[in-house]
Design a protein around this ligand. Structure first.
Ligand code: FMN
Length: 188
């Protein structure tokens, strides 16, 4: 049975767009900065929480960018990108790359990854990718990337939930849950 205080909305074209955002915001995500180097050498980057694992074999990931993003032409032209997964202390980096600016990279330390895509110093994980395909995603363009190189270290991820930055708190685990989670670890 539905919860008595559940909000239910039919998407009939007349609906309030905030309701879709509200419901999507109930799904917490990590936060990434996705970067590339355009063929003319210009560095592009944006904050994205649309990043997701897609396939283990072959190793594929996906993310989407809104059609009016200023970085979209650079991502389309370059054919490479780097996913930088942010740690809990990096909300300032998230804000920087979510704010339009001529040079979002000013003062930042980074290495050149695949195709020259910037891999930012201090991130929790990075995936250097070649663009495998792009797909129409309504008001977004979906990028599928093949991972050629990855790096990671232990640490706490930055999370985004209901429009706010937050942190992940592990639940206390029963013996049964510990056994199950060991099995999930094998599954990746
Ligand atoms: C937590 C968070 C997640 C975001 N996720 C995305 C995303 O997945 N795709 C997207 O196009 N924009 C996303 N944005 C918004 C972009 O980061 C923002 O519009 C940015 O200015 C786009 O940069 P650009 O216009 O320089 O390309 C997100 C913003 C925040 C704060």
């Amino acid at each position: 049975m539905l919860m008595p205080n559940m909000t239910t909305v039919k998407l009939d074209g007349q609906h309030d767009g905030r309701q879709l955002r509200n419901a999507l915001g109930r799904f917490p995500t990590g936060v990434t900065v996705i970067t590339t180097r355009a063929p003319d050498g210009k560095l592009e980057g944006l904050t994205a929480n649309s990043f997701s694992a897609l396939s283990l074999d072959p190793p594929l990931v996906l993310w989407s960018v809104k059609r009016n993003a200023s970085s979209l032409p650079g991502f389309l032209a370059s054919g490479h990108f780097a996913i930088n997964v942010l740690g809990v202390a990096q909300s300032d980096l998230s804000q920087r790359f979510a704010t339009p600016s001529e040079n979002k990279f000013s003062g930042l330390v980074f290495e050149d990854g695949l195709g020259g895509s910037p891999v930012l110093e201090g991130v929790l994980a990075s995936f250097e990718c070649q663009t495998e395909s792009t797909l129409d995603g309504g008001d977004h363009v979906l990028f599928v990337g093949r991972v050629h190189k990855l790096s990671y270290h232990d640490g706490e991820p930055l999370m985004f939930n209901a429009g706010r930055y937050c942190r992940a708190q592990p639940l206390p685990m029963s013996a049964e849950m510990q056994a199950a989670s060991a099995m999930w670890a094998d599954l990746g």
